[in-house]
Design a protein around this ligand. Structure first.
Ligand code: NAD
Length: 361
């Protein structure tokens, strides 16, 4: 089935940013624009290779601005996407984006330790916020982000593109309708080999580590396939390249126990390519592989059902659906609260790995 057109569906930074906030709320929350203006903050791999190209395909939003600390990137982006001088910001003058009516949404695509600061500053500037996963590095930061968006009357969505993918929605539906009875056991894995040696993904203070990066996909697999929140975790962190992964884990294995009795065995790694979800129910099974890719996610079920929806661009679909929800004042499909649910479990996983014991949630 072609799903190409499925749209129908603070404190820390309060200082500079707060002074812009209340008078600009209306510009973000009341708009008749056909396409909402998006500004990408952080022009690294994901913005450059995935989000900016996807924003050329969207119907409800468009790339209007950039926020970057690398001046050499500006002419490249201007040439490619026709971004006007007045819609270009750096990290210092970012708060003045509050005065820019062409920008409705700020998409935070920075290392995780910076997500809270830029989400709060964007919210204080009266802009809706999309923030990449992992939402932040602690529950406390997530809560601050949610509160900042609430108090500024703007919406917050987390960039869990997979939840917009009909292939993932297919097993979320199984969790809801239970055609095979209760979930008994899940195996969920997400990882790749990262050959870099000096990147934020290897640095603790920037929010690195496999768990927050790829681990959230394995965790989402287990949470979405059960439709439940884990009640306990047991985790083990390891590194086969300690010369690179000494501040953060290269690999995390974690087990989850759910209220219904369902169990999950999950793995994530920066050293191992893996991408699958297996669910054993009382009376059947479901397998997805790949499970959390940008495209081509597919699977099958024990009753012969094939899951294989094609979508043109997962990121375009995500941003279009989120922009549509903002235009129509609807709830975000993946709100900040969903990002927080994962980080709550991630915190428990780290605690379990550190203390080498089961952590109750
Ligand atoms: P990246 O390293 O390629 O880009 C990070 C950007 O942040 C760069 O432009 C860099 O200049 C900028 N930056 C600003 N201050 C920095 C600092 N102190 N240290 C390092 N970089 C700094 O990273 P990326 O892969 O684009 O990831 C960015 C975010 O997007 C992360 O949260 C990541 O998890 C997320 N991401 C999501 C997906 C997805 O599928 N949803 C895929 C890739 C990345």
């Amino acid at each position: 089935m072609n799903q190409r057109r499925i749209f129908i569906k603070n404190t820390l930074i309060a200082g500079a940013a707060a002074s812009f906030s209340p008078s600009f709320l209306m510009s973000a929350t009341r708009t008749n624009k056909e396409k909402l203006g998006v500004a990408l903050v952080g022009l690294g791999y994901y913005s450059t290779d995935l989000l900016a190209p996807a924003l050329q395909l969207t119907e409800h939003c468009e790339l209007k601005g950039i926020v970057t600390g690398s001046p050499e990137k500006i002419p490249v982006w201007q040439e490619k996407y026709g971004i006007q001088d007045k819609n270009i910001y750096n990290y210092e003058n970012f708060d003045s984006i509050a005065n820019n009516e062409e920008i409705d949404i700020i998409y935070v695509v920075l290392p995780p330790s910076m997500h809270m600061e830029y989400t709060v500053r964007a919210a204080n500037a009266g802009k809706h916020v999309w923030c990449e996963k992992p939402m932040a590095t602690s529950v406390e930061e997530c809560t601050t982000m949610i509160n900042a968006c609430k108090s500024n009357g703007v919406k917050l969505a987390i960039g869990y593109r997979c939840q917009h993918d009909p292939n993932i929605q297919a097993y979320m539906k199984v969790a809801k309708e239970r055609p095979f009875g209760k979930v008994k056991m899940i195996t969920s894995a997400a990882g790749y080999f990262d050959g870099r040696t000096d990147h934020w993904k290897q640095k603790k203070d920037l929010g690195g580590g496999a768990m927050g990066d790829m681990g959230v996909y394995a965790l989402q697999g287990a949470r979405l396939a059960t439709g439940e929140e884990p009640i306990s975790v047991l985790a083990q962190a390891s590194s086969t390249r300690p010369e690179i992964y000494h501040e953060v884990e290269e690999t995390m294995m974690f087990q989850l126990e759910f209220p219904s009795g369902a169990l999950a065995s999950c793995q994530t790694s920066f050293g191992i390519q893996m991408n699958h979800l297996h669910v054993n129910y009382e009376k059947g099974w479901l397998k997805m592989e790949p499970h959390s890719s940008y495209n081509g996610n597919k699977g099958s079920m024990s009753d012969g059902t094939i899951i294989n929806f094609s979508i043109n661009s997962q990121q375009a679909k995500q941003m279009d659906e989120d922009a549509w929800s903002i235009k129509n004042n609807q709830n975000m499909l993946v709100p900040g609260e969903e990002g927080l649910r994962d980080i709550r479990v991630v915190e428990a996983i780290y605690k379990s790995a550190r203390q080498n014991c089961v952590v109750k949630l």
